[in-house]
Design a protein around this ligand. Structure first.
Ligand code: TRP
Length: 326
C-alpha cells in the first residue's frame, strides 16, 4: 500500500503542517511505501512571480520533512515539476472537470479570498486537477492531509471514478487520512495557521523565537487580570495544550477556570513543551543544512524513481485511451 502526500514549496513548513499531516506521515511510514511530493508546480499557482522563493523552498521543505522524523532511507522524496507524467495526466484529467465544479470547491474559495484574488488564474483554479495527477501517477492508496484538503481528495476520487469508467483503466481511488492531532489554529486565534497569514510557528524556529511567539499568542481576551477565572474554550494557548500537551491539558483547564494559573505561566508551560518537541528536529535540521548534497541526492533519486513509475503507468493509461498509434 502506498502513501502520497506533499507540500507546496512556498516557504518553510510550520506547526500547522506538522499537526495536520507531517505527524501522520511519520506515524505511517513503516506501514506504507511513502512518497513525499515537493509541490513546486502547485507553488507556482500562487507564487509564480517569486521563483527564488520557490527554489530555496524545494530544499527547505525536503529538510522539514526529514527533520520531523521521516526516514530518508525509506521514503521517496519527489520534485513535482520534474515528473512529466504528472503534467500529462493533469491535461487528461482536466477534460473531466468543469470550471463550475472547481469554482465551488470550498478550499479554492477560501484561499482565493485569503490571497485577495478578484480573478483566478486558470492554473490556480485548476490546481485540484493537478493534485489528482500527483496522487494517481503512482496509484497511491492513502493521502495523509489536513482537513482543508478533503474537498480536493473528494474531487480526485470523482475524477478517478469517471476516468476508470470511461477508459477501463484501473487507477487507484485514494482515501484521505486525517491526523490524530488535527487542525491547528494560528497564534492569533485565526482558524488556520498559514504562511500568508503571518500567524505561524515554524518547525525551524529557534527556542527564543518559539518562546517569544507563544508569549504573544492570543488567550481569553476577557481575562484582564490573573485573579479572574479564564475561559479555556476561547483560548488559543489552551487549544495548543490540547494538541501538544494532552496529558496536562485537563489540569491546565481547571487551573485556568479557577484562576490558579495565569496566562504567562500557562504560556511558559506550552513553550517548554513545544521546544521539547522541536529540539530533536532542530538537531536533524542542523545536520542536513550542512550536508545539502545529501538532500539534493535524495531528491534526485526519488524523482528518478517517480519518473520510472509514472512513465510506466502513463503508457498503460494512454493505451487504454486509444491514443497510441500501433
Ligand atoms: N495542496 C496541498 C497543500 O496545500 C499540497 C499538495 C500538493 C498535496 N500535491 C499534493 C497534498 C498531493 C496531498 C497530495 O498542503
Amino acid at each position: 500500500m502506498r502513501i502520497l502526500t506533499g507540500d507546496r514549496t512556498t516557504g518553510k513548513l510550520h506547526l500547522g503542517h506538522y499537526a495536520g499531516s507531517l505527524s501522520s506521515r511519520v506515524a505511517l511510514q513503516d506501514k506504507y511505501d511513502t512518497f513525499i511530493l515537493l509541490a513546486d508546480v502547485q507553488a507556482l499557482t500562487t507564487h509564480f512571480d517569486n521563483p527564488s522563493l520557490i527554489q530555496s523552498s524545494i530544499i527547505d521543505v525536503a529538510i522539514d520533512n526529514i527533520s520531523v522524523g521521516l526516514d530518508p532511507e525509506k521514503v521517496t522524496i519527489i520534485q513535482q515539476s520534474q515528473v512529466s507524467s504528472i503534467a500529462e495526466l493533469t491535461i487528461f484529467y482536466s477534460m473531466l472537470v468543469t470550471v463550475n465544479q472547481l469554482s465551488h470547491n470550498p478550499t479554492i474559495k477560501t484561499e482565493a479570498k485569503n490571497y485577495g484574488y478578484k480573478e483566478m488564474t486558470y492554473g490556480f483554479l485548476g490546481y485540484p486537477v493537478s493534485q489528482t495527477a500527483d496522487i494517481t501517477f503512482c496509484n497511491a492508496d492513502l493521502v495523509p492531509v489536513g482537513e482543508d484538503q478533503l474537498p480536493h481528495i473528494e474531487m480526485c476520487r470523482k475524477i478517478v471514478r469517471k476516468f476508470n469508467d470511461l477508459y477501463g483503466t484501473e487507477i487507484t481511488e485514494p482515501e484521505a487520512r486525517l491526523s490524530k492531532i488535527g487542525r491547528l489554529c494560528g497564534l492569533d486565534g485565526n482558524a488556520k495557521m498559514g504562511k500568508s497569514l503571518g500567524n505561524a510557528l515554524y518547525l525551524s524556529d529557534d527556542e527564543a523565537t518559539v518562546n517569544k511567539k507563544v508569549m504573544e499568542a492570543v488567550t481569553d481576551t476577557n481575562r484582564i487580570s490573573v485573579k479572574i477565572p479564564g475561559n479555556p474554550d476561547v483560548c488559543t494557548v489552551y487549544k495548543y495544550h490540547q494538541s501538544f500537551n494532552s496529558q496536562e491539558s485537563e489540569n491546565i483547564c481547571s487551573m485556568c477556570k479557577s484562576a490558579t494559573i495565569g496566562c504567562v505561566a500557562c504560556k511558559r508551560l506550552l513553550a517548554a513543551k513545544l521546544n521539547a518537541l522541536l529540539d530533536p528536529m532542530r538537531q536533524k535540521r542542523a545536520y542536513y543544512e550542512s550536508h545539502l548534497d545529501e538532500i539534493k541526492g535524495l531528491i534526485a533519486a526519488g524523482t528518478a524513481k517517480a519518473n520510472r513509475i509514472g512513465n510506466e503507468n502513463l503508457e498503460k493509461i494512454k493505451d487504454k485511451m486509444h491514443i497510441l498509434i500501433k
